[in-house]
Design a protein around this ligand. Structure first.
Ligand SMILES: Nc1ncnc2c1ncn2[C@@H]1O[C@H](COP(=O)(O)OP(=O)(O)OP(=O)(O)O)[C@@H](O)[C@H]1O
Length: 384
């Protein structure tokens, strides 16, 4: 049965490619039913053809098909998975000889801030409670987005314990200033970083409170000479106080991501964080559950030591997306202590795959959310 949306996709395809009608329908059917976010809504599958990310689709006389895509977000890893998942099905169902898959992206910016024009999207990583793995998620997510082909920066705004320099192996680096006013970021694994930890000792940072801390953090953001970045990820101070509210309101965030563990005590604080961001209209993209299960480094056995389904429940309670679940594994801690995120240090492991899937989902959903907010804003402005 070919439903109406598939028919629409096929009509769309027929505008710019010369393919037999049957082939067009088959293509539409396969892509429309491909649930890229399998355990969730499969939201991206609806857009694969309708959003015009497929820019070229050519069948030659020897039955070789070219599929050329251009995405407005970083999706190299998701694309590779889609290719692996669908290549054989397409060849068999369409009777093809071969398929050439071509990927490119041009990451779209929506909310350009005048003072930091070089940054397309600012993503804040927050947690209601300290110690849930916010900084560990930040650095591994940054590394994963870099692997998707994006240009990434990290701002360590965690005044209570700036750990990004240790995790990126840049501890002891000193910031330089070419003009006596701005700071040159410190590069680590092709990621531009700045941290309160490069500026002052941990003891000094700890005494910053309230307005003084928010002001210093905004200065750190605005006075760093960020290179052109697709994503700047901010490791926010943990908690749900004035500093977090001020930062959430003053920084032009594309999305905020809330890290929690499945433990009740962490979920209670994550709940507070979601409410706080909702109250002050900070856009929440979703929740990341860290330490979802423990993987034994000896036998590989997985055990849910902090409980199960916590983040799933939170996600349905607040209708926010569960963006991903990251296992608790000794390699995460060891690699960060050694200054090299697991995504870079051990590419093919379960932990790396979990972070790559997380980054793929974040980049796509961030794009879709920013686009829908921009469209709503334009519609409201037109009514006014
Ligand atoms: N998935 C994981 N597997 C193993 N160890 C982890 C994992 N996530 C975090 N850790 C370890 O837990 C400790 C706390 O993590 P991290 O510093 O990232 O938390 P945080 O939420 O940023 O803390 P704070 O709020 O104090 O800044 C670190 O030693 C880190 O290496």
């Amino acid at each position: 049965m070919i439903d109406k949306s598939i028919q629409n996709n096929a009509n769309f395809l027929s505008h710019f490619i010369e393919l037999p009608a049957f082939t067009q329908l088959q293509l539409s059917d396969i892509f429309s039913n491909y649930h890229t976010f399998s355990q969730n809504t499969g939201i991206l599958s609806h857009c694969l053809l309708t959003e015009r990310w497929l820019i070229n689709c050519i069948l030659d006389t020897d039955n070789n098909l070219l599929l050329e895509w251009k995405f407005p977000f970083a999706w190299q890893y998701g694309f590779k998975k889609m290719q692996e998942d669908l290549n054989e099905t397409l060849i068999n169902r369409l009777g093809l000889n071969s398929i050439s898959w071509r990927y490119s992206h041009a990451i779209e910016a929506f909310n350009i801030n005048k003072s930091i024009k070089s940054i397309k999207h600012i993503l804040a990583v927050s947690s209601g409670k300290g110690g849930v793995g916010k900084s560990s998620v930040t650095v591994n997510l940054a590394a994963a987005l870099t692997k998707q082909g994006a240009k990434v920066g990290v701002l360590d705004a965690d005044i209570y314990g700036p750990s990004i320099p240790t995790m990126f192996g840049t501890e002891g680096s000193k910031l330089t200033s070419p003009d006596g006013q701005h700071m040159q970021p410190i590069m680590a694994y092709n990621i531009a970083t700045n941290s309160i930890g490069y500026l002052s000792s941990e003891q000094n940072a700890m005494i910053w409170r309230g307005p003084m801390a928010s002001k210093a953090l905004i200065q750190l953001l605005e006075e760093t000479l960020w290179p052109d970045l697709d994503y700047l990820i901010i490791d926010m101070p943990p908690g749900t106080g004035d500093i977090q509210i001020t930062l959430g309101q003053k920084i032009p965030l594309s999305s905020s991501l809330i890290v929690t563990t499945p433990q009740d005590i962490a979920l209670i604080d994550a709940r507070k964080g979601i409410k706080m961001f909702n109250d002050v209209n900070v856009p929440i993209l979703g929740i990341i559950e860290n330490m979802s299960w423990h993987i034994c480094s000896n036998c590989g056995h997985a055990e849910s030591i902090f409980g199960v389904d916590g983040a799933h429940k939170l996600s349905s309670e607040f209708a926010v997306e569960l963006l991903g679940q990251i296992p608790l594994h000794i390699s995460v801690r060891e690699d960060l202590d050694a200054g090299c995120p697991t995504v870079i240090a051990r590419e093919e492991t379960d932990v790396s795959v979990a972070f790559l899937s997380l980054s793929e989902k974040i980049s796509a959903l961030n794009y879709l959310k920013c686009k829908s907010m921009t469209e709503k804003h334009i519609a409201i402005t037109q009514i006014d």
